[in-house]
Design a binder for this molecule. Sequence first.
Ligand code: FRU
Length: 475
Amino acid sequence: KEIELSKFNELFRPQYHFSPPKNWMNDPNGMVFLDGEYHLFYQYFPDSTVWGPMHWGHAISRDLVHWEHLPIALEPDEHGWIFSGSAVIDHNNTSGLGTEENPAMIAIFTYHDPVGEKEQRDDFQTQGIAYSTDKGRTWKKYEQNPVLKNPGIRDFRDPKVMWFENEDGKGKWLMSLAVWDKISFYSSPNLLDWTFESDFNPDWAAYGGVWECPDLFPLKTEDGTEKWILFVSINPGGPQGGSATQYFVGDFDGKTFTTESKEIKWLDYGADNYAGVTWSNIPESDGRRIFIGWMSNWQYAQVVPTSPWRSAMTIPRNLELVIKGSDFLVASRPVKEIEKLRVESKIATGHEFNLENELVELDLVPEKQEFNITFLNNKNENVKLEVKDGQLIFDRSQSGITDFNDEFDNIHTIPLKGLSINTIRVFLDRSSVEVFINGGEITITELIFPSENFSKVRLEGFKHENVIHYLKSIW
Ligand code: FRU
């Protein structure tokens, strides 16, 4: 019923990004692939367009582009609200909650007990589990929740669980958990009993705010070198203020995460990509590490001018490990499925183009290392990406509605540290811009609220091999 209410065509409604039909959404949760379906759960408050008692909303996709909205999966219970977490398929039925023929889908999440919080106890966040034996359509909470009690630290949340296999072929479940300003690792044979393994919190990392939503996974370079990646979202303290995701490239031996590089690395240099993590159970034959992030920032997420919903997810991205001198970086690239949305592609010659519709992808090749891209509408609102004096500048200060928050019209700069830019892909939707530089080595995700569609793009400093793809709506 709720879904019928929205035609997904309101002002600012994303046309090819996931958003809930109505009301409040934050972090993506429990992403898991099963039998051809990509599940996306998300932090959801069904009663309002601002944050409140958290549920897990639910949607599925067969191609990461088109989404089907499903009923709410998890609701608050006597242990508390349902905060962020992950989901796995228990193939060997280690938990006994499914069978080997029909393994359970198991969600591992944080219970946030508002009563405990009010009483100022320190143990109000614990970890619980729920299971489904019908492909995520219906859920039961585990009767003996919580499965991991709180040792007495207020921030104890966002479990991301994976199956870890030793060289001897023995396996165990591994949980990464955000514990105030560190990541704690726990292990379990059955998802029910958890043992502390180690903490990770090097003194040189970014600590501008609390650590949240970790993700740990291996990734290989093109030439086969394997490293372990640890994502840690922090809020505030991001490069543009407010929320952002830092990551570490290192090694993991089943107990401890170590890293040699001491450089702070950001997954995205824009203001609006937070709390993102990756899908579990992607088949080996596919082999991708697929990511989606919450396309907002706690600085203003609850006051952006959208209705009757608030927030969308980023384009799903494929993560790639790239060697950079003596270090590594994680590049994010839009999943290839997004190319299915192209309805028409044109070579863009000259410097100014009228846009036939507002859903576009630009594939650009800079001619020099000083250039700019400006989207404009008839009201002279604009959004501009520019390279000047060795840095990238993203300017949304004139992009339309910005006055809902003091920080929103800040100009965002990104040091290039000598990097030379070879390619740029820009995705424009009704209320977002996503930029992928050099195959996603630098990404910039930003919200915008133009009061009228952008009808023109101006390009300076580019070669003539630029392509404009017009995209179609998924709704
Ligand atoms: C991150 C976060 C998580 C928490 C959830 C609550 O945005 O604060 O740490 O589990 O949101 O909705």
